[in-house]
Every structure is written in C-alpha cells, then in structure tokens.
Design a protein around this ligand. Sequence first.
Ligand SMILES: [Zn+2]
Length: 164
Amino acid sequence: MDFLAHGKRWNCNRRRCFQHSPVSETFEKIPKERHLSLCPCKSKKSYQDCCLPFHQNKALPKTAEALMRSRYSAFFFRLVDYLIETTHPDNRSQNLKRELEGTIHHTDWKFLTIVSVSKGQKDENRGKVEFIADYYWDGEVQQLHEHSRFRRYKGKWKYYDNKG
Ligand SMILES: [Zn+2]
C-alpha cells in the first residue's frame, strides 16, 4: 500500500503529529485482549489465528494475499517495523520509516475488501492483489483502491509497489 502521497498534502496542526508524539508503536503495545478479537484484515478469523503470528515473526505469509492482509493489519495497529520489513528492498527508500511515522498516526483503518487476486500462490514468485481499503484520514472518510504487486525476496513475500 502506498499511503505516503497523503503525507505530502498534510500540514501539521494536530496533537498526534509524529513530531510531537512517540512513534513506532511496537507489537508489545497491542493489548493481549485484542489477540482474541477478529483480525482487522476482515478474514473473519481471530487476530491470533490470522495475522498475529506474522506480526510476531513466528510465521511467514504463504501467499501474496496473506502478506497483503498482514500489512493492512499492520497499518491498523501501526506496526511500522513490520511494514518496512515487508516492503521489497528495491522500493524500500531510506526515508520509509520517517515517512510511515509521519502518516501512520493520521489514519484509522475501517474496512478491507479484497477485489481480486492474481497469482501470488505458494509455488509462485509474483502476485497481484486488488483491494479497496476504507479509512479515516484525520477524521475525514477516504477510500483507497489499489492494485498492489508482490514479489518474493529470499523466499519471503514482499510488497513491491502499487503499479499492478
Ligand atoms: Zn488477518
């Protein structure tokens, strides 16, 4: 997902501005009760049976769609380090961490709809996922419709870009 473009039209006058508040929320900050609640990626599974093991680095997503869902959940929980780790090194800019930290606190993710999936299966190295994500940007309703491309890097699925 590429939400960083939003940051460019953002003027900070908010209390939650990354320059004025702690950044990089870590996995440990997620309350344990949330492990039992439904996963933010709308899989209808509990978080602990869905994206949690990926966020804990205890398992790897086997498909591009699974990685995409886990990245959506990571945006939901503001897990910046996971988002960086799952971005393909070819497109992992040096400013990525700072850019994510500058935008991630402005978004509240509401809903994920997977529109279509092309390839990206267990025995493949590339895949595409089309999705619609609904969110609030500083309280304003927004919708992101993206065609994400994914590639394997050293055996692991990574988000490549949004030019699918
Ligand atoms: Zn999930």
